[in-house]
Design a protein around this ligand. Structure first.
Ligand SMILES: CC(C)(COP(=O)(O)OP(=O)(O)OC[C@H]1O[C@@H](n2cnc3c(N)ncnc32)[C@H](O)[C@@H]1OP(=O)(O)O)[C@@H](O)C(=O)NCCC(=O)NCCS
Length: 196
């Protein structure tokens, strides 16, 4: 897989259709849906995600989606909303926020609102992202890091087929102030086969 020389020219779809969800970039006006998703159980999301307190008003959420819509165009962030099939409900978000275009390698992340969990929507969304990364963008590697105590999240990595590549002991401090262990998960293009 060659290096990607001009990342802004990477072709991306305007929508990705799954069985249970649609992935698409955020656009102006999605702030209300984002605000709704974050507020459904803010305390739970805050356990794992430091950025939840950036959403303290609907305007904050609108600011976020417009920022992501801009970064989608410049390929500084490839962030996708996970929507219900009728696109009326935002189930969560996923996509790529770290890039090494020379490898090429992408870092992945995600969240789901509480009412969207336990149905495989996260697994489907992350699998669709891997298909995008390996089959369309044509990267060598997708990887992510996760708090070792975030079992729901590292199980999601494993359901999609990522390998645990590392266990970093006491490597970082969580946004709650405790020193934590981190698991690193990775998938290579040669490992990837999309679920049928
Ligand atoms: C991480 C997170 C997305 C996982 O959510 P999830 O609902 O467990 O994941 P999925 O949507 O893939 O659903 C899997 C669950 O649905 C079940 N399921 C039902 N139908 C399924 C299907 N068709 N395919 C896969 N799983 C299915 C699975 O058994 C699993 O349940 P289990 O954990 O009780 O075994 C969610 O917990 C979350 O948003 N956490 C907070 C944010 C966060 O931690 N982000 C990551 C920071 S690194």
């Amino acid at each position: 897989m060659p290096a990607i020389e001009r990342s802004r020219l990477v072709q991306l779809p305007s929508k990705i259709l799954g069985r249970q969800c649609i992935l698409r970039p955020y656009r102006s006006g999605d702030g209300a849906a984002m605000w709704d998703a974050v507020n459904e159980d803010r305390t739970d999301l805050k356990t794992w995600l430091p950025w939840i307190d950036n959403h303290l008003s609907i305007e904050d959420s609108e600011n976020y989606v417009r920022n992501m819509a801009g970064k989608w165009i410049t390929r500084e962030s490839i962030t996708l909303g996970i929507f219900s099939l009728d696109e009326k409900t935002l189930y969560g978000g996923t996509g790529f926020h770290g890039f090494d275009w020379a490898v090429p390698s992408l870092t992945i992340g995600w969240f789901l609102r509480k009412s969207a969990r336990g149905r495989g929507i996260g697994t489907e969304a992350v699998s669709l992202c891997c298909t995008l990364a390996f089959e369309q963008i044509k990267v060598n590697r997708v990887w992510g890091s996760v708090d070792a105590t975030n079992e729901k999240s590292w199980k999601l990595f494993e359901r999609v087929g990522f390998r645990r590549e590392g266990h970093l002991r006491g490597d970082s401090r969580s946004h709650h102030g405790a020193v934590r262990d981190t698991f690193i998960y990775g998938m290579l293009a040669r490992d990837w086969s999309a679920p049928q």
